[in-house]
Design a protein around this ligand. Sequence first.
Ligand SMILES: [Zn+2]
Length: 270
Amino acid sequence: MLLKTTGLVIFEKKQSEQDRLLTILTPENGMILARVNSPGRMKGKLAAGTEFLTYSEFTLFLRKEVAVVDAAEPKRLFYGMRTDPEKLALAAYFARLTYDLFSSAAKEDCAGALRLFLNTLAFLEEDKMPKALLKAVFEMRCMAMSGYRPDLSACRICKKSAGDMVFFLPQRGQLICSECENHSAEEKIPLNGDLLCAMKSAMSSDLKEAFSFRLGEKNLLCFAFLAESYCIARLEYLPATLRYYKSICESLEAYMPPTFSGENPEKGSL
Ligand SMILES: [Zn+2]
């Protein structure tokens, strides 16, 4: 059976000199595993359309387990990222997260993941948003879309609705208020109204909202830290791609644990 579909290459594995195995994230057919055999005259064209992080119009022969790529016309190459090792490393982490969280997901969820990934790549390529914020938004949104939406409505113990001074519990994805926090020894991250809004905006049903807010430096530091902490807690492992990104990241301070010890982070800079 022949299938024509657009798709983003989120994984590429060389199998031999001529054979590569791709994972393609598509808008209507979920994730497709496809083999590229690129000898002879098609080599150049197929090579361009099947590179990692290329969004292409594919023609695929569907087989039992692994499809075969017949043609691939690149629609968007995200060329601006390929020359920047930091951006490429961050995108590789996004690809890993997407694969791990959506490889068994329903087709509609994969469509949402593709929309998020394409928007994120465009923002990353064109420097439209600080990398630390883009990463945090991507992490929070991926978590929410894959069934790990944190409960930000009320304190997990007294059930009072989230006021001005609450803490986020990354291991649980819940909040705890300042009155109840003394009863809990687990890791907690202090929040303020702006950070709560940032978390909600990142996970908003409106994708535009997720990319349209900005944070001041200290709030951004907290947001980056809490999104990453929550993501790792839910994944239950530290992805090698994330470790690599952090090892080459120039703005490393954005990924250090904040140094505050319980005081309210800055306000009013959302
Ligand atoms: Zn409470």
